[in-house]
Design a protein around this ligand. Structure first.
Ligand SMILES: Nc1ncnc2c1ncn2[C@@H]1O[C@H](COP(=O)(O)OP(=O)(O)OP(=O)(O)O)[C@@H](O)[C@H]1O
Ligand SMILES: [Mg+2]
Length: 328
């Protein structure tokens, strides 16, 4: 199998009933409901190879969770083709469900009033994990996520970070080959985020697991995903290497100069947008298309010791993605 996940022209519409304000509106919507269609996915396509770790990013409401839910069989597509490990997800065949897992940072599957180990035992039964595999996987996950001392603590007494790590143990006991992670580091402090990130990296590397990760956290993306898929308003805007995002979307380049003498900064402002000045350093951004001309002009007209041309940092581009600025 050369493709773990295939998505072709996937469309997902939700039909929602719009309610007008107030009691009158409530009554009216019972008798003559006003229907509205939300186009969550407007025909998205991509394929993912076994063992790939892909970042799936976009602003709020872009369609990320809808995609992951469809891939795990929780939602039925309105149209289009979806296959995960050669299965149709919504058939929810036990052989399929045993090979995937969906983890949502904002939802928990652990029993709140019981120690996590009880949920793990329950999952062993649900997924029919042979005792020996279960023990082995549990031992491995508990060590990797460093939660050995907490297994018998009531889940409600765990910190958010500890609980998230327990959620991961629960989701991975059955050794899924495909993992859908929906904002796994949401709400965690820096150390908590790092622990989850290290774990995702290890799990992908050691098990050759296929992973789709959605996150609004720049560090998750720049540290983990080499390939990113950018989605906006239900459409795919970009699919490729993280570094190519800059190539594709950065309309500007950065020129950094080191001056040998102080100058009137107003004169440089005519060449580009000054981002930073602290003698002898000046940083300005200029349109990509005119960067060569701008650099030549600077060298000709100012006392320059050194000049470098750089790309806009990928973090800046990702920030724009989350602000929904790449849709146009
Ligand atoms: N069950 C539902 N019924 C109606 N509309 C829905 C439903 N689920 C999602 N939507 C709508 O579909 C669109 C995509 O939502 P989705 O949750 O996939 O976005 P997202 O990219 O995960 O956003 P976020 O970053 O906020 O998690 C939104 O407009 C949302 O309101
Ligand atoms: Mg979401």
């Amino acid at each position: 199998m050369d493709r773990a996940i295939v998505v072709d022209r996937l469309v997902k519409n939700f039909e929602v009933t719009e309610k007008e304000k107030g009691l009158r509106g409530s009554i009216k919507s019972i008798f003559s409901p006003k229907k509205k269609v939300v186009h969550a996915l407007r025909g998205i396509s991509f394929t993912i190879q076994p063992g790939e770790l892909v970042g799936f990013i976009g602003p709020n409401g872009a369609g990320k969770t809808t995609t992951l839910k469809t891939l795990s069989g929780l939602l039925y597509p309105s149209s289009g083709f979806v296959q995960v490990l050669e299965y149709d997800p919504w058939e929810k065949k036990p052989e399929f469900l045993k090979q995937i897992s969906l983890v949502m940072g904002q939802k928990n599957q652990l029993w709140w009033d019981l120690p996590a180990i009880e949920t793990f035992e329950l999952n062993r039964e649900i997924y029919e994990i042979p005792r020996r595999d279960y023990e082995k996987n549990l031992e491995e996950l508990v060590t990797l996520l460093d939660v050995g001392k907490l297994l018998k603590t009531q889940v409600r007494r765990l910190s958010l970070g500890q609980r998230m790590r327990m959620e991961l143990v629960a989701a991975l006991l059955h050794g899924p080959k495909v993992l859908f992670l929906d904002e796994p580091t949401i709400g965690l402090d820096l150390i908590g985020q790092q622990k989850i990130r290290d774990f995702i990296y290890e799990y992908n590397y050691k098990k050759n697991a296929t992973i789709i990760l959605t996150s609004h956290n720049m560090d998750d993306l720049t540290n983990l995903a080499r390939r990113v898929i950018v989605i906006g308003a239900g459409r795919i805007l970009f699919d490729g290497a993280l570094e190519e995002l800059t190539d594709r979307f950065a309309k500007e380049k950065i020129i950094k100069i080191s001056l040998s003498k102080e100058i009137d900064i107003k004169e440089v402002e005519e060449i580009g947008t000054v981002k930073y000045v602290s003698f002898p350093e000046v940083t300005l951004s200029v349109p990509r298309s005119t960067v060569a001309v701008a650099a030549a002009e600077i060298l000709q007209n100012f006392p320059v010791n050194d000049l470098t041309i750089e790309e806009v940092p990928v973090e800046e581009i990702i920030k724009k993605v989350f602000r929904g600025e790449l849709n146009k």
